[in-house]
Design a protein around this ligand. Structure first.
Ligand code: FES
Length: 232
């Protein structure tokens, strides 16, 4: 792979402050295993093939930690400065892919850690306003109605969430039009998540819940992953 939108150099922890759009505040990217996104059949996912305004889900950087992959349908620029709950700042670098329109975020709500399970999801992307939301094109958590702007680094638009969703850093191979997950940026909730849901995750995933994801990770539509989506 010759050209990448995120430089692998940051995996080494060096010169992060020089990366465009990253670490201009005081939260640095956290690099995890590098994983190529694939479709439901295991074929590499092409950025041009990612459907617009569709909830897609994959698990990264651990086997049990869900993330949204969204094609917002138009180029997405870097965000304004964002702030974590512990008052650290960062700038999210914007969309990737052939149209710079693809974004990814942890699907664990930063309020009380609601997340999509195979049985039910209270959190998802909504392209249109709803009776409980005047906003369109938001990630909406129906638990207490936190809403996040996926075109703005998942900044909080409404509700009690104390910080943006953590961003999943994606790399785009322009030659092959493939997408790779490589790390996170922002306020991670993974330790709290594993502590809160220890029993449930053990039932769902056994000892594999904390297994680091690398190599590949499968992307599926939320509607296929989850039996029931709560709309609010
Ligand atoms: S858990 Fe999402 S708004 Fe409370």
């Amino acid at each position: 792979m010759e050209r990448r939108e995120f430089m692998r150099a940051c995996a080494l922890g060096a010169a992060a402050a020089t990366l465009p759009g990253i670490a201009q505040g005081n939260v640095e990217p956290r690099m995890y295993g590098r994983a190529r996104l694939t479709d439901a059949n295991g074929a590499p996912l092409k950025s041009r093939g990612v459907p617009v305004n569709t909830n897609l889900i994959f698990h990264y950087p651990f086997a049990a930690t869900p993330c949204f992959l969204l094609n917002l349908g138009k180029p997405v620029k870097a965000s304004a400065r964002l702030r974590t709950a512990d008052e650290k700042t960062y700038q999210w670098p914007g969309g990737v892919g052939a149209q710079s329109s693809i974004v990814a975020y942890s699907a664990i709500c930063s309020h009380r850690l609601t997340y999509p399970t195979r049985d039910i999801s209270f959190i998802s992307y909504r392209a249109e306003p709803t009776p409980t939301s005047r906003y369109a094109r938001v990630i909406h958590c129906c638990s207490e109605h936190s809403q996040y702007d996926p075109a703005g680094g998942a900044k909080v638009l409404a509700g009690p969430a104390p910080q943006p969703l953590a961003a999943i850093l994606l790399e785009h191979d322009r030659e092959r039009d493939e997408l790779w997950a490589v790390g996170t940026l922002g306020g991670e909730m993974f330790n709290d998540f594993f502590a809160k849901y220890e029993f449930r995750l053990a039932v769902e995933h056994g000892p594999a819940a904390r297994r680091p994801v690398e190599g590949t990770c499968r992307v599926v539509e939320l509607a296929q992953f989850c039996r029931q989506q709560v709309k609010c």
